[in-house]
Design a protein around this ligand. Structure first.
Ligand SMILES: Cc1cc2nc3c(=O)[nH]c(=O)nc-3n(C[C@H](O)[C@H](O)[C@H](O)COP(=O)(O)O)c2cc1C
Length: 339
């Protein structure tokens, strides 16, 4: 796969998200027609030192016509290079992405993730080392900078390009913001003008219409979406459809949303077994129903249930009540009848 081919086939890409874009979630994106997906970020040290949990995050099949990107994080150029070689040889994904945006303390305190936004020399060295060691395309995912207003995205992107990166994704927030405030698309646009490699814009895309607007205005070759996918895996295929064909894609209705929540639960149970799947799925189920009538009461109820069948029963009753409610039967939505 060449990056050019990826970006023209799929201009909107699902972002890597730790704890979210796991195997079952990626299966769902595949079922919705998404060719390229990212794993969750994986620790370069974890891989090089043989950590089993890290290895589990790399469970994917790249021989089934689908494309997968693996994202690694770390601060040591040598170890990042070794991890990349191991991934290329063992898993053969379509690309390896380097994380320079993770804001969490346990990552940045070691100099990895977003800490690289204030250490351009190290950032460049890491890209150079990984590019030198493998044949796969290497991409980099960065933030606007470390501190709000003191952006280093342009310099880091230029140096990543010099070091051989094939594309850069910018999340338009500084590390100091975590996920607060709004993504700054001016810095994304300014960087896109300065580098010759494809720029991927990221931040606050929650609808296909916003994706199309950013695609038209930000000068990016592609876009990445993250939180907009939570409870809404349709976003990527709908945004791609709008950008590629100009036709407004249909929104999933209540039946489709709750059916997808149940299907996602089934996928997770198949993969993890019920005991691991139920706690992992609680946040997803909440995301699916967020904003619907009585969602908080239903969420609290689901949080108390341990059996998959009980959860599915609540979801199914909720779906029936919501559909009747939409048809005008208000009393059907009494939570006492649902739970
Ligand atoms: C729960 C969660 C997990 C994330 N995990 C990763 C990750 O593993 N690697 C990464 O580069 N970014 C990660 N991110 C950041 C997103 O990829 C994205 O850059 C950010 O959320 C901004 O995009 P959005 O406004 O579309 O959410 C994560 C974000 C969230 C909310």
């Amino acid at each position: 796969m060449r990056l050019k081919e990826l970006f023209s086939r799929q201009p909107v890409i699902p972002a890597p998200m730790a704890g979210v874009t796991d195997f079952p979630f990626r299966q769902i994106l595949r079922e919705l027609g998404i060719k390229f997906v990212f794993t969750e970020m994986v620790s370069s040290k974890g891989l090089v030192y043989g950590n089993q949990k890290t290895e589990e995050l790399l469970d994917f099949n790249s021989e089934d016509g689908f494309w997968t990107g693996v994202q690694i994080f770390g601060e040591d150029p040598e170890i990042m290079g070794q991890a990349a070689v191991y991934i290329e040889e063992t898993y053969a994904p379509q690309l390896i992405d380097i994380n320079m945006g993770c804001p969490v303390n346990k990552v940045v305190k070691n100099g990895a993730g977003a800490a690289l936004m204030k250490d351009a020399d190290r950032a460049e060295k890491i890209v150079e080392e990984v590019v030198k060691k493998i044949n796969l395309p290497v991409t980099v995912k960065i933030r606007a900078g470390w501190n709000k207003g003191q952006y280093t995205a342009r310099e880091i992107s230029r140096r990543a390009e010099q070091a051989g990166a094939g594309a850069v994704t910018i999340h338009g927030r500084a590390r100091s913001q975590f996920y607060e405030g709004q993504a700054d698309w001016d810095i994304i646009q300014a960087t896109a003008r300065e580098v010759n490699i494809p720029l991927v814009g990221n931040g606050d895309i929650f609808t296909p219409q916003t994706a199309r607007e950013k695609f038209r205005t930000a000068g990016c070759r592609a876009l990445m979406v993250a939180r907009g996918l939570q409870g809404n895996p349709w976003l990527v295929s709908r945004a791609n459809q709008l950008i590629k064909t100009g036709s407004i894609p249909k929104k999933p209705d209540i039946k489709e949303i709750i059916d997808m929540a149940c299907h996602h639960l089934d996928r997770a149970v198949n993969y993890y077994g019920p005991h691991r799947a139920v706690p992992k799925m609680r946040k997803h189920l909440h995301w699916y129903i967020k904003g619907l009538p009585y969602a908080t009461i239903i969420k609290d109820q689901i949080n108390q249930l341990k059996e998959v069948n009980q959860i599915k029963t609540v979801l199914k009753k909720y779906k029936t009540a919501l559909i009747k409610y939409q048809q005008g039967c208000k009393e059907e939505l009494d939570p006492k009848k649902i739970i």
